[in-house]
Design a protein around this ligand. Structure first.
Ligand code: FMN
Length: 301
């Protein structure tokens, strides 16, 4: 089955400066040499991370730097992504309200950030902005990296593995190292589709279909009995018989499974993705977060 990561294109465009070239021709890297990252290089990369913009300059995140090959292999096995174990470094980005809570306690200040959706929301943004600074810095120094979102299926295991205290919650893993082959950039929707001038403007159906056709040109997933069966099962669960018949008729008419049918019918399967929400909320609670509960101040007003 063709990769759900999309379509590769050639790098080598001309840009006014190297930063733009780096940003526009970047690509996730999933193959690494066994060359270690020199400490000085790592230091620059991490400094780029902590200098990212962050709400109120609070920096509510921590980064676990994992260099032990056995631990990296364990993460690879856990996430079913072997390249995680082949890179010299994995960085686990976590939101971290514990450091600020401790500071508040030590300095006699009130603290409720772990019970605030606002703080939670901003801290995820802060964490990812720091992570992205790290990716860009790494790219600029000839390294490559790829985010691993799959870690979200293993929050309790990560808590144990990395001794995460309360109020420290994993967000994403970043696998990093020197690339065996420089990754090619993938086709993206262009600014003309993603950027709306002054107000949101809905694309016409035709221009929407064209935008995705341009992003995934000729991406046709071959029909096999097994794929069709899986696709039908998901459609049935999500939309019932009539909807399923419509989806199957479309597959039959076009003679292949199209990219969006593949995304949510075979890969990020639509019937299963929304399950486990309760489990995630319970995990937040276990990690010391309660922003989804009604807030009751300790002392009534
Ligand atoms: C939050 C997040 C989670 C991701 N998780 C994974 C992952 O688990 N495995 C993987 O191979 N790529 C992962 N990726 C990388 C995406 O697949 C990749 O960014 C996308 O296919 C576009 O390709 P590009 O980064 O080369 O432009 C993730 C990216 C993000 C931003």
């Amino acid at each position: 089955m063709p990769s759900h990561h999309g379509v590769k294109q050639e790098a080598g465009g001309r840009y006014p400066n190297p930063t733009l070239k780096l940003l526009i021709e970047r690509g996730s890297c999933r193959n690494f040499t066994n060359k270690d990252i020199p400490p000085k290089v790592m230091d620059y990369i991490l400094r780029a991370g902590v200098h990212a913009a962050t709400g109120g300059n609070l920096q509510p995140y921590s980064i676990i730097k994992i260099e032990n090959p056995a631990t990296n292999r364990k993460l690879a096995k856990m996430c079913h992504q072997p390249f995680i174990g082949q890179s010299p470094v994995n960085l686990l980005f976590c939101i971290d309200w514990r450091r600020l809570e401790r500071w508040a306690k030590l300095e006699n200040a009130p603290f409720t950030a772990n019970n605030s959706f606002r703080h939670f929301w901003i801290s995820i943004q802060d964490t990812m902005i720091s992570a992205q600074n790290i990716c860009t810095a790494a790219d600029s120094l000839g390294l490559g990296s790829v985010y691993i979102g799959t870690v979200m299926d293993f929050f309790p295991t990560l808590k144990k593995m990395f001794k995460l205290p309360k109020e420290v919650f994993p967000v994403v893993l970043l696998t990093m190292g020197y690339p065996k082959i420089k990754p090619k950039p993938r086709k993206k929707l262009p600014p003309s589709v993603v950027v709306h001038s002054e107000k949101y403007s809905e694309l016409t159906d035709a221009s929407l279909l064209k935008a995705f056709k341009d992003k995934y040109p000729d991406l046709k997933i071959e029909i096999t009995p097994e794929r069709l069966k899986r696709f039908e099962k998901v459609c049935l669960k999500v939309g019932g018989r009539k909807f399923t018949d419509k989806c199957l008729a479309k597959v039959k008419k076009q003679g292949y499974i199209n990219p969006i049918q593949r995304y949510f019918g075979l890969h990020y399967i639509a019937d299963l993705m929304p399950t486990g929400n309760d489990r995630f909320l319970k995990q937040f609670e276990k990690f010391g977060f309660g922003w989804f509960r009604e807030y009751k101040p300790k002392v009534g007003r």
